[in-house]
Design a binder for this molecule. Structure first.
Ligand SMILES: [Zn+2]
Length: 418
């Protein structure tokens, strides 16, 4: 793949007059300056940090300077809440929507996102090369589902598959360990950072039950084996203790949602060193405006059963010491609510805990510790200039249109607000 657009050497950037927030310790470090050269941070400190001749200066004016945020559960190609109708759209049309969704995320301060169904290597390359404006994109390709599972959009009366597995949908329907293995290899072949599989029923699928388990043990094992072979990992969509317990035992490293897990199950996360990515904001808005954005009526009815439990699970998981990561899972016109997840978490987590979930802990999940979610030499030059004190009140980050003064990615100012 060529890198024509990104080849032009970037001008070094010196951020001055900042109040540098160290998310690892949950303190202001005393540093005021950050220097980014060739896209990476080379120095963080005081007046002694100076750029080379011709350095671009970004005066933070005494405001908070902090790492760019990570959203670990997004679908950047989800242009509508009716994902199964979208599977019949032209991929080019879906991509046009994705460009808008990606730009919106960047302007909310998310400089890295993990896509857990839909984004592919082409979209990631387009962002990487600067063809599209968006966060750095960690993708898994299509999410793998069994027949009748969370990735199977057919109503009970339809037998033929439309739009899968090669259309513009976010999942692929496969059955049997060998089919799962091949599907995983296909995603890994294209450079997938992780493999997503469906482990229980979900809200947006028409025929499955929330309390079901999905994917057989042999299917899960096959996918874990393939991901592990390539030093990648498996993440799974699951709500209940029954589905999560099984997955963690079989080597799944991360659970998406997890709304209905009990305390004994949270202990298993600790034993296995697994991550939990709750997604609260999507339930809130699927309940209130899902129908208007295309969510079918059967799915709206499923939302209520998981909405209430989600916040309580974040609370219990945090107290238990589980690695909880920020995620949102918004679809279609609801993407604009992305930052509200921060305010929801703040109801049960301290500001430092919320910040860690969107920076340092997220970086460990993404296997990019020291490179994202941190302001330190060697890390990507991804940072935010924020009005207000996120350590005292993290909800300032839930109102980016008011508080975000600048978004920097790869050492370039990509958005100015306020
Ligand atoms: Zn999702």
């Amino acid at each position: 793949m060529t890198t024509a657009v990104a080849d032009s050497p970037s001008t070094p950037l010196l951020v001055t007059e900042g109040r540098v927030l160290d998310v690892a310790t949950g303190t202001y470090s005393g540093a005021t300056r950050v220097l980014v050269e060739d896209g990476r941070i080379t120095s963080v400190g005081g007046e002694e940090v100076r750029g080379p001749e011709g350095v671009e200066v970004l005066d933070a004016g005494g405001r908070t300077v902090m790492p760019g945020l990570v959203d670990a559960h997004v679908h950047v190609t989800a242009a509508t809440a009716d994902l199964f109708a979208q599977a019949e759209w032209a991929p080019s049309y879906v991509t046009a929507h994705a460009t808008q969704i990606l730009a919106g995320m960047l302007e909310r301060g998310f400089t890295s996102v993990r896509d857990v169904g839909g984004a592919d290597h082409g979209l990631a390359a387009a962002v990487e090369e600067g063809l599209l404006r968006g966060p750095r994109l960690f993708f898994g390709g299509k999410a793998l589902s069994q027949t009748g599972g969370h990735g199977d959009g057919r109503p009970p009366g339809r037998s033929s598959h439309v739009g899968t597995p090669c259309g513009a949908g976010i999942g692929a329907v496969v059955d049997g360990p060998e089919a799962f293995r091949l599907a995983a290899r296909e995603q890994l072949r294209t450079g997938a950072h992780h493999i997503k599989i469906m482990l229980s029923g979900g809200v947006a699928s028409p025929t499955d039950r929330i309390d079901s388990t999905q994917s057989s043990e042999a299917e899960i094992r096959a996918v874990v084996e393939e991901a592990t072979a390539q030093n990648r990992y498996v993440t799974g969509h699951a709500y209940t203790s029954r589905s999560v317990e099984r997955a963690l035992r079989l080597g799944v490293r991360c659970i998406e949602h997890g709304n209905l897990v009990d305390d004994a199950c949270l202990e298993l996360f600790l034993q296995h060193g697994a991550f939990l990515v709750p997604t609260l904001v999507t339930y809130q808005h699927l309940a209130s405006e899902g129908a208007e954005h295309g969510l079918p009526a059967d799915s709206v009815a499923k939302v209520a059963s998981v909405l209430e439990a989600g916040l309580d699970t974040v609370d219990r998981a945090t107290r238990a010491g589980v690695d909880v990561v920020l995620g949102t899972d918004l679809l279609g016109g609801m993407h604009r609510h992305q930052s509200e997840e921060i305010a929801l978490r703040a109801q049960v987590q301290t500001p430092a805990q919320v910040l860690a979930s969107a920076t340092t802990t997220a970086a460990r999940l993404l296997q990019r510790e020291g490179e994202i979610g941190v302001l330190a030499p060697g890390a990507y030059g991804d940072l935010l200039v924020v009005e207000g004190d996120p350590l005292a009140d993290v909800t300032v980050l839930a109102r980016p249109e008011e508080t975000l003064r600048a978004v920097v990615k790869d050492g370039r100012v990509v958005h100015r607000g306020g």
